[in-house]
Design a protein around this ligand. Structure first.
Ligand code: DAV
Length: 373
């Protein structure tokens, strides 16, 4: 049945079919959280964020919200239904029987928390203490979808305990250095241990029947095994990208654009031995264009590779950040129509165009794109 804007339906099986309904995050009340093991491991060693925490400056919140609102309007003008989360008070400290943190994070980016697979939206475990309650920002929307769509499955992965046993103490050092980090990444020695299942939704890419999951800082092997058991009708594949000294989230590293085509970060290439399923099935993996910037914007966790954190609207159309001219040029050469979206001043709030959204509905069904396994 064709999608109708008057009827809520949750369904999305992949990253590229025509997008009809999406959540766009908000910058409201976003905090730089206090130090904690998993988060510190991701803050680049030379970052201006080291050692400071608290609510982000109001003018940066206002500017990020302006850009996110504009992006939401741009999508609406193209006929996409856009919902926005309801921010909780992120200045509230959190105490569980197992840990304490003095503040929370924000309601950006939804892609990290919500994994849509078919008719299901799954709240990820997360691995930062400051993000433990982040799903609450999205509960009003999920409640609404649940009431309006009788097929919608609202699921939540087991909440992790996040005691110190979840983190390797070696990563607590202030100065590790990129050489050591790259060595550890190549050995798949990440900040999170295998104490309990951990995953962020943004470590997962959806290719119909196949889910491709990055093993790194925010997702451990038990998290991937949990996903495998939770989605018994899917094939779940573990990947890792040894060239990344701060490996979190797959969406600035490996970006499918349409059936048969993926752009891959040239500094974080998929290892040869993990390419089999793509090669056997005739998928092309091309190097992404260089980012247009040499450094991330101020107070930003992410690398300059948010250039490739694009949002595919349909197999011929892609949203690219406006200043990322090389990435836009490459998309054009790859046969995609480029929609420019200004978002760089919101990067500090947790990411780019893919990060700041979460799928609710895309056309299409669950297809098998990799029949040769
Ligand atoms: O390159 O810093 C950012 C991914 C955000 N979801 C990076 C990864």
């Amino acid at each position: 049945m064709a999608w109708s804007p008057d009827k809520t339906e949750v369904k999305s099986w992949n990253e590229w079919d025509t997008l009809r309904h999406v959540i766009v995050g908000r910058a409201d009340d976003c905090h730089i959280p206090p130090e904690e093991p998993a988060l510190d491991a991701k803050v680049p060693e030379d970052s201006d964020m080291r050692g400071q925490w608290g609510r982000r400056p109001q003018e940066t919140i206002d500017r990020a919200n302006e850009l996110l609102d504009n992006f939401a309007d741009q999508l609406r003008k193209r006929g996409v239904r856009v919902d926005r989360p309801v921010s909780i008070d992120h200045s509230q400290p959190v105490t569980t029987p197992d840990f304490h943190t003095d503040s929370q994070f924000g309601c950006m980016p939804p892609r990290d928390v919500l994994l849509t697979v078919g008719h299901e939206m799954l709240e990820a475990t997360m691995s930062y203490r400051c993000r433990w309650f982040e799903y609450l920002n999205y509960r009003p929307l999920l409640k609404q979808y649940w009431e309006e769509d009788p097929r919608f499955r609202h699921e939540a992965a087991p909440k992790p305990r996040l005691t110190d046993a979840d983190y390797h103490p070696d990563y607590l050092s202030e100065k590790i250095g990129d050489a050591q980090r790259l060595e550890w990444a190549a050995e798949k020695f990440f900040v999170t241990t295998e104490e309990e299942p951990l995953f962020d939704a943004a470590d997962v890419l959806r290719f119909g029947k196949d889910l491709v999951v990055q093993h790194g800082f925010t997702t451990n092997l038990k998290g991937i095994e949990w996903l495998r058991r939770h989605f018994p009708d899917h094939r779940v594949h573990t990947v890792n990208f040894p060239g990344d000294p701060y490996p979190i989230h797959i969406d600035a590293t490996f970006t499918p654009l349409r059936p048969g085509l993926i752009v891959n970060n040239p500094q974080r290439r998929l290892p040869e031995e993990q390419r089999g399923m793509f090669e056997k099935n005739g998928w092309e993996i091309v190097d992404a264009a260089q980012p247009a910037h040499n450094t991330p914007p101020p107070l930003c966790y992410s690398s300059t590779w948010l250039s490739m954190n694009v949002l595919v609207l349909d197999p011929k159309t892609v949203c690219v950040e406006k200043s990322e001219v090389y990435q836009a040029e490459q998309m054009d050469k790859l046969g995609m129509e480029v929609v420019e979206v200004e978002l760089r001043d919101a990067y500090a709030f947790g990411g780019g165009l893919h990060c700041c959204t979460a799928d609710v509905y895309r056309d299409g069904d669950c297809e098998d794109y990799f029949p040769k396994q």
